[in-house]
Structures are given as structure tokens and as C-alpha cells.
Design a protein. Structure first.
Length: 322
């Protein structure tokens, strides 16, 4: 046998011996499997759970429950309890700089407050939280409520995942509120308009009611350029219940001049005005619908643009209500 071959065999044998020796000397600590076994709420794993419910005559519901986590399966039944502690709402608000209200007691019901994770199983049955969106004790539309549901047990609890925070609100089905016919609507006042610079069929306030998204109102820029707030006042011809309003931006690329912060005011006589809502629009071309948090009867509606994107002037293609 050649000398080089003998050296290679010896080196390979040494490497094998070293690997075997290292493997034999590795000492893993003893694992206490029971220390990993804990009960938790699976709904809490991804943080706050947001639920926007549709306003209906029947109660709306969503799921809660408890799981066994760790090694293997439980050797015995694990009894669990569920409870709501509204003091946790204040704790949550402080930590997250929010101002949510506790869900009122009469507005919801847990389908059970006690259950069992059966021997050999990893979870309880799924249970339901039912919430009233209409009738007595119902939650108010467009308001955010916080419901902290916690699990407890004589078994070890995962303290970080023992409480699920459900953030609950409700709103009507948009399909039940079609846009109002605007054929009798008239512009009766405006802050300014561009009467000449945008051509014969653009720029003036009346074009927000012509059902043509290619035409638009533009605040004045020729001869003068007044800054915000800008506004247009509309006489709807009769008293209507305003549930919400809609906006369609001028159909151009870019954000500049599109309405940003907007306030809605209403009146019965075009003299005495009340604020109805305030919100922020996105700088997009498509129609944006915005609910009024409190429905209001009115004949006159004024939309006030407090600021626009990247400009002191403003433009808008269409305005409507439902």
C-alpha cells in the first residue's frame, strides 16, 4: 500500500474517533415536560381581536375558548373558567393610549363561563359571545367597545395569553342605504370657485351635482387664490335623513388638491348650523362613503374642506349623500 493512502486512512479513522468521542460527551439537561404545559386562550395569540358587526335584528356572535399547550396531551380533564373584568379595559387604555368603553353588561352574553379540556384533547369546545346590535341594551353604532375575556384554572395558566381583548363595533349594511336622488338638489352657497380658468364645463361649484365624474369644482386660482377652509352648501329641496355622505375626487393622478380633512354640517333653514361629522378622506379617485355617527334630519348640508393634500386649493368631482 502506498504511503499516501496509509496517511489518508489514519486521518479518516482519527476523525471518526473524534466525532464519536464528542457525541458521547454531549450531556443534555433533563427536561421537565410538565413545566411546558399551560392553558391559554388561542384568540389572544395575535393580539387584540377586532370585530365589526352588522346591525341586525338578531344577535351577532363570535368564538372564544381555551387550549392546552405544551408536550403531549393532558392526562386528566382540565377544568377552566371564563370571566370578564372591566377593570382590564382601563389597564388596556393606559398601556395603548386609547379610550375604549367597556362593553355594557346587557349588550352581550357568554354562552358558558365554565368548561373542560377533556383528557387526551387539546381544547375546549368553541363557545360563542353573542352581542346585541338592535333593541334594548344594544351597542351604539360606530362606537368602539372593549371586552376582555380571561381564562382561569387550577392548572398552570400562560399569563401572557390568558386574556383576549375583543374590540367590538357595529355598522349598518351599506346596501340598505342607497344614494339619494340629487336631481332636485341645488348649490346655494360656496366659498369660491374657478369660474373661468378651468373652461366652460369645469371649475364651478355646480359640477359637484352633475353626475359626471369627469367634471369638477375647483376653488378659485385665477386672480386670487383663497386658502382653506373651502365649502359648498347644498339645498336638498326637502328634509332627508342623512345617514352618510359620499365624495368622488377629481379624476387626475396625484394627491395635490384632493380633500383631506372634511367637516359636514347640517341645517333646516340655511341659517342655524350644526356639526354632523368630521373625518379624513384618502387621496384616491374612487368614490368614498362615510357614515355619520349619528343620523340626522336636515334640508341643507354643507361640506367644509379644512385641508387638502399638498395644496391650499381644492377640487372635487361629485358630492352625494345616503
Amino acid at each position: 500500500m502506498k504511503k499516501k493512502s496509509i496517511i489518508k486512512i489514519l486521518m479518516l479513522s482519527g476523525a471518526i474517533l473524534m466525532a464519536s468521542s464528542c457525541k458521547e460527551t454531549v450531556m443534555l439537561p433533563e427536561q421537565d415536560e410538565a413545566s411546558y404545559n399551560q392553558v391559554y386562550m388561542p384568540q389572544s395569540v395575535n393580539g387584540t381581536v377586532s370585530k365589526t358587526l352588522e346591525v341586525k335584528d338578531v344577535d351577532q356572535s363570535f368564538v372564544y375558548g381555551a387550549n392546552f399547550g405544551g408536550m403531549g396531551y393532558p392526562d386528566n380533564d382540565i377544568r377552566v373558567r371564563f370571566s370578564v373584568d372591566n377593570a382590564l379595559v382601563n389597564t388596556y387604555n393606559t398601556l395603548n393610549n386609547t379610550n375604549y368603553e367597556p362593553l355594557p353588561d346587557g349588550a352581550y352574553q357568554l354562552s358558558t363561563t365554565e368548561s373542560v379540556i377533556p383528557k387526551g384533547s387539546l381544547s375546549t369546545s368553541p363557545f360563542k359571545i353573542s352581542v346585541k346590535t338592535t333593541g334594548s341594551n344594544a351597542i351604539k353604532m360606530f362606537r368602539n367597545y372593549l371586552l376582555p375575556v380571561s381564562v382561569s384554572s387550577d392548572f398552570k395558566i400562560n399569563e401572557k395569553l390568558k386574556t383576549t381583548y375583543f374590540l367590538i363595533s357595529s355598522q349598518p349594511n351599506q346596501a340598505d342605504y342607497p344614494d339619494y336622488d340629487r336631481s332636485a338638489w341645488k348649490v346655494v352657497d360656496f366659498s369660491s370657485q374657478e369660474a373661468n380658468g378651468e373652461g366652460a364645463n369645469n371649475g364651478r361649484a355646480i359640477f359637484v351635482l352633475d353626475s359626471n365624474i369627469q367634471s369638477f369644482w375647483h376653488s378659485q386660482w385665477q386672480g386670487a387664490s383663497p386658502g382653506p377652509p373651502h365649502y359648498i352648501t347644498i339645498d336638498m329641496g326637502k328634509v332627508l335623513t342623512l345617514h352618510g355622505v359620499n365624495f368622488t375626487a377629481r379624476q387626475v393622478d396625484g394627491a395635490g388638491g384632493k380633500p383631506q380633512d372634511v367637516r359636514i354640517e347640517t341645517s333646516m333653514d340655511n341659517i342655524n348650523w350644526k356639526p354632523a361629522a368630521q373625518f379624513t378622506l384618502n387621496a384616491v379617485r374612487n368614490q368614498q362613503k362615510k357614515w355619520l355617527t349619528d343620523f340626522v334630519d336636515a334640508r341643507y348640508v354643507k361640506f367644509v374642506i379644512l385641508s387638502s393634500y399638498s395644496s391650499s386649493s381644492v377640487h372635487l368631482a361629485e358630492f352625494g349623500a345616503y
